[in-house]
Design a protein around this ligand. Structure first.
Ligand code: HEC
Length: 274
């Protein structure tokens, strides 16, 4: 339908469309359809939030415009519920629709412009992060000080669906360890990493060397010292087949970094006025 613009950013490219074309009806406590699209609410109110008009659909389903009510309402005259948006007004331009299509197709990440104020991300961002909706699974992110700088990701998690059963009771999901490594763009506060699965090692032994096999890619976006997004697109074995897992998750820092200043990293101190 549209080719995907890889550089699309929610704050810079999508939020302004909502602000100019949608907030006359979708702002404030009495927003129509129960949907707020004013700046600080737009991302949280749309991504992975169930529609009030078609409860079996999400307003925005990351990676999947065709299943996202917000997209369907911009692009067909008879969406699954209600009317085409913006209601009673000319449709969005192809450029505006391409931005929204690209944003959803790329996993609907939060933006960098408004929420991220990084002048430059450095190693003070390193630490332990987690997805609040999946406690007990940690992601260690470490900035590698090199030229160019890199980001190392260690993801301690579990296998999809594979279980060790005892009788008919699930006692344990297999543990998995994924490793990602890639270049960090300090100015954008983001990194593209290749993701690998480590296997073959043996506890407390150097006799068997672990090896890494590629499973996909991920992008990490740092929004502040304490919040980041992880967008992953990986293929993992489930039973006999390989299945694709593509999602965007919010990451929070487990414990604050004393050297990372709230919302800003490596910002030079204000010039001495004297
Ligand atoms: C003139 C008022 C008006 C404007 C402008 C408008 N909308 Fe709406 N919107 C509505 C009304 C009324 C509803 C509830 C009925 C419906 O779903 O059609 C709604 C519902 C929606 C819903 C469904 C919410 C849900 O949870 O089911 C989405 C998504 C939506 N609008 C997106 C947009 C977008 C994106 C824009 C801007 C491009 C926009 N709207 C502009 C009036 C408007």
């Amino acid at each position: 339908m549209f080719d995907i613009d890889d550089a699309v950013d929610f704050d810079r490219d999508v939020a302004p469309i909502f602000a100019s074309r949608c907030t006359s009806c979708h702002a404030g406590a009495s927003a129509l359809g129960g949907l707020r699209l004013d700046n600080e609410f737009a991302h949280g109110a749309s991504v992975r939030v169930r529609s009030s008009g078609s409860p079996d659909l999400l307003r925005v389903e990351p990676f999947n415009p065709a299943a996202s009510l917000l997209w369907l309402k911009l692009n067909c005259d008879q969406p699954p519920s209600g009317s085409r948006m913006p209601l009673g007004m000319p449709a969005l331009s192809p450029g505006e629709r391409r931005a929204i299509f690209s944003w959803i197709s790329r996993g609907a990440p939060a933006g960098l412009g408004g929420s991220s104020q990084f002048t430059s991300v450095d190693s003070t961002i390193s630490g332990t992060w987690f997805d609040p909706s999946a406690p007990g699974q940690g992601i260690f992110l470490e900035v590698i000080q090199a030229d160019p700088p890199g980001l190392l990701l260690n993801w301690a998690t579990f296998a999809p669906e594979t279980v060790v059963e005892s009788g008919n009771r699930i006692v344990e999901h297999e543990k998995r360890w994924y490793v990602g490594i890639g270049e960090l763009d300090p100015a954008r506060g983001s990194a593209n990493v290749g993701v690998f699965e480590s296997s073959g090692g043996l506890f407390d032994s150097g006799a068997l060397a672990a090896s890494d096999s590629p499973v996909g890619t991920a992008e990490v976006y740092f929004h502040s010292c304490n919040s980041a997004s992880l967008i992953y697109d990986i293929e993992l074995p489930v039973g006999e087949e390989r299945r694709r897992f593509a999602r965007s998750i919010a990451l929070n820092r487990l414990s604050p970094s004393p050297t990372c200043e709230a919302g800003r990293i490596n910002v030079p101190p204000p010039a001495n006025p004297l």
